[in-house]
Design a protein. Structure first.
Ligand SMILES: *Cc1c(COP(=O)(O)O)cnc(C)c1O
Length: 831
């Protein structure tokens, strides 16, 4: 890490001793200024005045943290009183990004902070940059969990997040010779002021061993899990401050630690050092986040992570309950609801049964009634490759008692199915939690459905497709379990914080209530035709584009011109998200310009960013293609006066905070029916970008909200694809479309792989593959037409700005406050 010195004294001068007590005692300074000085000495041990930006940043973080401790205490004590029902959000991922800027905004500390830093001669942006992103997630699913935490706190809901404190978060991506290089993200290396360890809440998680039957004191047959290898779960709490409402909720992240009961035999044999070294095995569990987005993993360590989270979190909740009410669980269900973020934490269904039956002595029926009235499951994907299944063999070895319980749940469930559809053995086979076959597997989504009282999708189309397709049988059995909760994003981070100039402009017109009531943005509609307002709106966008251009210059060495249309696609790299379609369009524009039709091309800067799973060959090759095409375009002067292309390395939350305020055109071009919701689309809309998109996920709801004149819709719809697939011949499509034929020709002849012959063949093949599941060739024409409509529209600055204002004005629905209100009302019953 580079640490810049921002000491106000020149490095060469001798350092001076600082008398903090005297400075603070003078009493003239603000709490923030005092705090910074105090932490620099007492927390960070800086004894002279030669602190770096990093240390000043840490001192500021600690100071801001101090400011929320009282509210955190108040909120925590209120939770413990059990006056209200509580919610628990279980997720293997929380993609939080930075905490300091968010805490400063939410606690209204911008003024005092600016004042203090001014007195110290420090630059806020520079200190902000020193905080590492908490990258404990892959993409949309993890970021959703973070936005939900913010909204729960904002609405004052007693909801706690439970997750894993990965030592290494999402890998850092750099680009070498056009290819992705992954580097470990050791985000905790320099310490993390935003976590507080709570060793007294440590609990024990069991692995391996076997089930043992025994009769208890009352003579009842019971089961216990014995001969286990135990791992300690140590909680670290992160504060989640609400927006100026005195609430601070908790995100509790678990770290794995070895018990001291290690290998007593080795110990006594004198192998003390070896025995201690064994500790590493236990601690591996929370070492690293799996970097696969939307694809299952199958690795044993991943299963351990999942069980570790489920078990530790449930034990923690039960411990709180028994501290207050003893072993009486009669009213437990009235006070708890667990939301499972995808199938990753669904072992919680079986684990809660185990804890209630084996450890608390409840009978099966009572325990099942509690489980199925407290668990709720959210599905996030329709992609078959993302549906988690664990082999019975692996589960039985690692978690034998859990496997017993899953079999028992399934046996009782199949009786219910048989009762409902007598004699329909085929249906029993289809719906069974255990997938039979050569190697039997546990279907985690089915365990989630059977064990929960609520199953939701994340956008209207997605929820609809779930009940019509993947979960059809379950919908027939339990229609009332199924519901939709369209995703949202927090307007604090994704508008108020990341776009301060737009915030000021909006505040000027409609006040500040919109920050917590985003529907209020609709008042902006009355200013759409106000030309003074339009001018200011356009000026803010222009400024934000300059800011992004600087980032692109720094990270990619590519010059972006803020007068060009900024066409942006940032998200995980995946075939279904179709970055390839985007590149084909860019190549098409290049082709047009080089063939002398430059004056038909509206000047455009195309930005693409995102990480590929390290084992995903085609996604990584696509990154290489983007970089090679960029190299050709940006170095050809004829072309670069109208077209630029850049691949931004290491796309993450902090990068998105600079990107989304600066986009003119938001690329949401997934194959219809594949993107469950999308949330990037919402961040762009909120910041006044127009969307070019397919009829997919939440795009549909964005289109409905803003109106089709302000959205560039293209492509086959989900049901049309089903039809189309039958006669789909990509080769014929290429032959009959001269533009596409030339684009494919340029790829085929090696125009973008001059010294790397044939490297892009797998991508070419993927377009021509008659089974192409992503419909790239099929949607090309329609996409190019939509791009042309967008380009012409951009030529009329006034109309474009009106559409931009309207996009922001109609984005109210996409606040995660709305989403969380729905969860709280319909599922959690907290409101
Ligand atoms: C919002 C966000 C995502 C999700 O983007 P989609 O376009 O919905 O896939 C992924 N990563 C980061 C860093 C984000 O901020």
């Amino acid at each position: 890490m580079t640490v810049k010195a921002v000491s106000r004294e020149k490095e060469s001068k001798p350092s001076k001793e600082v008398n903090v007590d005297a400075q603070i005692a003078s009493g003239a300074d603000s709490e923030v200024l005092d705090g910074i000085r105090r932490h620099l000495l007492y927390s960070l041990g800086r004894f002279d005045d030669r602190s770096t930006a990093h240390e000043w940043g840490k001192a500021l973080e600690l100071t801001v943290r101090d400011q929320l401790m009282k509210n955190w205490q108040k909120t925590r004590l209120a939770e413990r009183s059990y006056e209200n029902k509580r919610g628990f959000y279980l997720s293997l991922e929380f993609l939080l990004g930075r905490s300091m800027n968010n805490a400063i905004l939410n606690m209204g500390l911008e003024g005092p902070t600016a004042e203090a830093l001014k007195q110290l001669g420090l630059n806020y942006e520079e200190l902000e940059e020193e905080e590492r992103d908490a990258g404990l997630g892959n993409g949309g699913l993890g970021r959703l969990a973070a936005c939900f935490m913010d909204s729960c706190a904002n609405l004052g809901l007693p909801v706690r997040g439970y997750g894993i404190r990965y030592e290494y978060g999402m890998f850092h991506q750099s680009i070498r010779e056009g290819r992705q290089v992954e580097n470990p993200d050791h985000w905790l290396m320099a310490g993390n002021p935003w976590e507080i360890e709570q060793p007294d809440r440590t609990c024990k998680v069991k692995f391996y061993g076997r089930s043992e039957h025994y009769s208890n004191d009352a003579g009842r047959m019971c089961v216990r899990w014995v001969d286990t290898h135990d791992v300690l779960a140590v909680p670290f709490d992160m504060p989640i401050p609400g927006y100026k409402n005195g609430v601070v909720n908790t995100l509790r992240l678990w770290k794995a630690s070895a018990t001291d009961e290690f290998n007593l035999k080795d110990f006594n044999d004198g192998d003390y050092a070896d025995a201690v070294a064994q500790k590493n095995l236990a601690e591996q569990i929370t070492m690293v986040l799996y970097p696969n987005d939307a694809s299952e993993n199958g690795k044993e360590l991943r299963l351990r992570q999942q069980y570790f989270l489920a078990s530790a979190s449930l034990q923690d909740v039960i411990q709180d309950w028994t501290l207050k009410f003893g072993p009486n669980f009669d009213r437990f269900a009235e006070f708890h609801c667990f939301q499972l973020n995808d199938t990753h934490p669904t072992l919680a269904v079986a684990e809660l049964m185990r804890l209630l039956v084996d450890e608390q002595g409840l009978n099966w029926e009572k325990a099942w009634s509690i489980t199925t009235s407290t668990m709720a499951y959210t599905n996030h994907t329709l992609l078959p490759e993302a549906l988690e299944r664990w082999s019975v063999r692996l589960l039985g070895e690692l978690l034998p008692r859990l496997l017993d319980i899953i079999y028992e749940i399934n046996a009782r469930f199949l009786v219910e199915v048989a009762h409902c559809w007598p004699g329909d053995v085929e249906r029993q086979r289809r719906m069974s939690i255990i997938e039979e076959g050569h190697e039997p597997h546990v279907r985690m989504a089915y365990l989630g459905i059977v064990g929960s009282f609520s199953v939701n999708g994340v956008a209207a189309l997605h929820s609809d497709l779930l009940t019509r397709g993947l979960f059809k049988d379950f919908y027939a059995l339990w229609p009332n379990k199924f519901n939709n909760k369209t995703n949202g994003v927090t307007p604090r981070r994704w508008l108020a914080h990341c776009n301060p100039d737009l915030k000021s402009l909006i505040d000027e017109k409609i006040g500040t209530e919109w920050i917590c009531e985003l529907e209020q943005l609709s008042q902006l509609k009355s200013y759409v035709s106000d030309s003074a307002f339009q001018k200011k709106w356009a000026a803010v966008k222009h400024y934000n584009k300059q800011r992004l251009s600087q980032l692109v210059q720094d990270k990619c060495g590519v010059e972006f011109d803020p007068n060009f249309i900024f066409d942006v696609q940032v998200k995980r790299i995946h075939e279904y998200k179709r970055q390839l379609l985007n590149v084909l369009h860019v190549i098409h524009l290049y082709d047009k310009i080089t063939r002398g039709e430059a004056d038909q091309v509206v000047p455009r800067c195309v930005l693409i960013g995102g990480k590929a799973a390290p084992g995903y060959f085609l996604a990584k090759l696509l990154i290489k293609l983007i970089n090679n095409v960029a190299e050709v375009i940006n170095s050809d002067e004829r072309v670069s006066e109208r077209l630029r292309l850049a691949f931004l390395p290491n796309y993450n939350v902090s990068a998105m905070e600079v990107i989304c305020p600066a986009a003119d055109l938001s690329e949401q071009i997934s194959t219809a029916g594949k993107e469950a919701s999308g949330t990037g689309n919402m961040k762009f809309m909120m910041n006044g970008a127009l969307t070019i998109g397919t009829y997919d996920g939440a795009n549909i709801e964005i289109l409905d909200a803003v109106g089709e004149e302000h959205f560039f819709l293209f492509g086959l719809k989900e049901d049309e694809i089903v039809q189309h697939r039958i006669s789909h011949k990509p080769e014929h499509i290429v032959e009959s479309d001269p533009d596409l034929a030339r684009v494919m020709g340029l790829l085929q002849c090696g125009h973008f792989s001059m010294f790397e012959e044939g490297i892009f063949q797998p991508l070419i093949d993927s377009v021509l593959n008659p089974h192409d599941p992503w419909m790239v060739a099929a949607d090309f024409r329609s996409y190019v037409d939509a791009q042309n409509r967008a380009a012409s529209a951009y030529k009329n600055k006034e109309l474009w700005t009106q559409s931009s204002i309207l996009n922001t004005a109609t984005s109210g629905k996409f606040s995660s406050d709305r989403t969380i209100r729905e969860y709280a009302q319909d599922i959690w019953k907290l409101l």
